[in-house]
Design a protein around this ligand. Structure first.
Ligand code: ZN
Length: 558
């Protein structure tokens, strides 16, 4: 028994020794691991301290490629290349890639890049491309680091699906299909604003956080002043025109005559050729909502949509998207392959699209210049119409329901409706999506005197909210105003009317490239407007442009 006892004691002793030994070994191992980690961290830190800007080239190659992959997946969905049944899986793919891009944007490596730029600035070796890149990415970094990564991923997945549901809802005139998604998107955006505020970002108005995404420096306070100024001149001019006894019969006939889709496609080809959109680096496809998508200057794509009796809607969509695309195709070659190889913020982007759509494409000179080729491309559908009649029809002022079909004068009123609703959404926490259609209709009545009979012609007409693009709409009005100021500056350098009449887009595009296009994302909106005028952006040019244009068209004094 004692033997048993002593052997038992020995076994216990052995276990204790083993445990102690394991413990000691464990401690030694932990010590060793800590040392390794410490060394690794020190080594990494030392390395990061030595990293040069050029060391980040592979990181940015991956970063740009990821962004392009996300865009191409979206393009496939929007243009109907992706089968409808793949939506849920593609939404997941996009969410995973977006999460990856998010993690790169907020990564330690990105932080190291900023430090490397700081060192280069101290040594006076930072070039303009590096500084421009850093400025854009730092802004994004500050905005994103305060958002939890899993929320950002879920939000990306939600917006991909929501855009699809929006298309269904619009097609079926059923707000209920889309509204739960819209509510979720709004809830996310409200939370994102909150995160930014908690991270120390200061916004006078919560909605300003979203405006800032599309146009840095633009606030609701500044927009209130801008829109008030526009309203003060547009509304009396509109009333003046509406009180005239104008025979609009011919214009109506021109605008709404049925034109086969194949003929419309032929006219699209003519427009793209006329405005100088390079089809070797671009392509036109169809989607529910026209848009442009840039993957660097060698690949800038556009879309439109065709309806047999809405020929001019497609006509001007193509002009508009070409304006965006030409901008990105003409970015300076040395910016290719960098994150600056794209357009600046949205108001400048929209100034380029609205320039081609309106200043160029809705002018009498344009219609005189393109008339012969247009009549041939339109294959007999407009043989009985003169250039002057076409010009008059496409500028016919009539308060209408659809923003993208609005004339230039009432267009900004459509933007004001959206702007005011968005500002309410982010200032009134208990405002629900169920309240929005009535609010929309009320504002349409107030501003334009028309009430939508359907959701599709009302609150469901635009894709933006389904993508989470709150704060985007004001860019259209700002862009239109900047386009007018750009034309005024251009007129000091050459005869713009003569160039449009001769369809000499080479001269126009060379001027735009020099002042706007070539800079890509290197300059922000204010810096670009400073290239155009010493005084920067001034809305008075837009008001003068509209007053002069409509006084001539409707033969009224101004
Ligand atoms: Zn646009």
């Amino acid at each position: 028994m004692s033997g048993y006892g002593s052997s038992k004691f020995y076994r216990i002793f052995k276990i204790i020794v083993r445990v102690r030994l394991v413990k000691s070994l464990g401690l030694l191992f932990i010590l060793f691991l800590s040392l390794c980690l410490g060394l690794f961290a020190w080594h990494k830190k030392a390395n990061a301290a030595e990293l040069e800007i050029t060391d980040f080239a592979p990181f940015f190659e991956r970063y740009i490629a990821l962004g392009q992959a996300i865009s191409i997946f979206n393009w496939d969905i929007e243009t109907g290349v992706a089968p409808v049944g793949s939506l849920e899986t593609r939404a997941k793919t996009i969410a995973v890639l977006s999460a990856e891009l998010f993690s790169m944007s907020t990564s330690e490596e990105m932080g190291n890049f900023f430090k490397a730029v700081e060192r280069a600035i101290e040594r006076n070796t930072a070039d303009d491309i590096t500084l421009g890149t850093c400025q854009i990415l730092k802004r994004e970094y500050d905005k994103l680091t305060c958002i939890p990564a899993d929320e950002y991923k879920a939000y990306s997945e939600l917006t991909t699906i929501a855009a699809h549901r929006w298309r269904e809802a619009k097609g079926e005139n059923n707000y209920g299909i889309f509204s739960p998604y819209l509510q979720e998107i709004i809830d996310y955006q409200r939370r994102f604003i909150n995160y930014r505020q908690r991270a120390g970002m200061v916004f006078e108005n919560p909605y300003d956080a979203l405006l800032d995404d599309f146009e840095p420096g633009v606030t609701s306070q500044k927009l209130d002043v801008f829109f008030e100024e526009l309203k003060a001149s547009i509304v009396p001019l509109l009333h003046n025109i509406m009180s005239l006894e104008t025979d609009t019969g011919k214009s109506h006939d021109i605008l709404y005559r049925e034109v086969p889709i194949q003929v419309q496609k032929n006219v699209s080809e003519l427009i793209m050729k006329t405005v100088g959109y390079d089809l070797k680096r671009g392509v036109l496809r169809e989607s529910a909502h026209p848009f442009s998508m840039g993957l660097g200057q060698s690949d800038v794509r556009i879309t439109t949509n065709y309806h047999p009796n809405k020929f001019f809607a497609s006509f001007y969509s193509v002009m508009h998207e070409c304006g965006h695309a030409i901008y990105e195709q003409n970015v300076a070659k040395e910016l290719e392959g960098t994150i600056l190889d794209s357009g600046s913020y949205m108001a400048i982007h929209e100034s380029q699209s609205r320039f081609f759509e309106n200043v160029f494409g809705r002018s009498l000179e344009f219609w005189k210049g393109i008339y012969d080729d247009f009549v041939i491309a339109a294959d007999g559908h407009f043989d009985d119409v003169t250039a002057e009649e076409l010009h008059r029809a496409v500028n016919m002022v009539r308060p209408s329901l659809i923003r993208v079909e609005a004339d230039e004068l009432t267009y900004s009123l459509h933007i004001m409706v959206r702007y005011e609703i968005e500002r309410m959404i982010f200032n009134i926490p208990d405002l629900k999506v169920g309240d929005l259609p009535a609010l929309w209709n009320e504002k349409m009545r107030d501003y334009l005197g028309v009430t939508p009979a359907t959701y599709s012609e009302g609150i469901l007409q635009d894709i933006h909210w389904s993508l989470g693009y709150f704060g985007y709409f004001p860019s259209y009005a700002l862009g239109s105003a900047k386009a007018a100021q750009i034309q005024s500056a251009m007129k000091k350098d050459f005869n713009v009317d003569a160039a449009i009449r001769a369809l000499d887009v080479a001269t126009i595009n060379a001027w735009l490239t020099d002042k706007v296009h070539k800079h890509g994302r290197m300059l922000n909106s204010a810096e670009i407007m400073a290239q155009i005028s010493d005084k920067g952006f001034m809305p008075k040019y837009y008001i003068e442009y509209l007053s002069r244009k409509y006084a001539e068209l409707y033969k009224i004094s101004h």
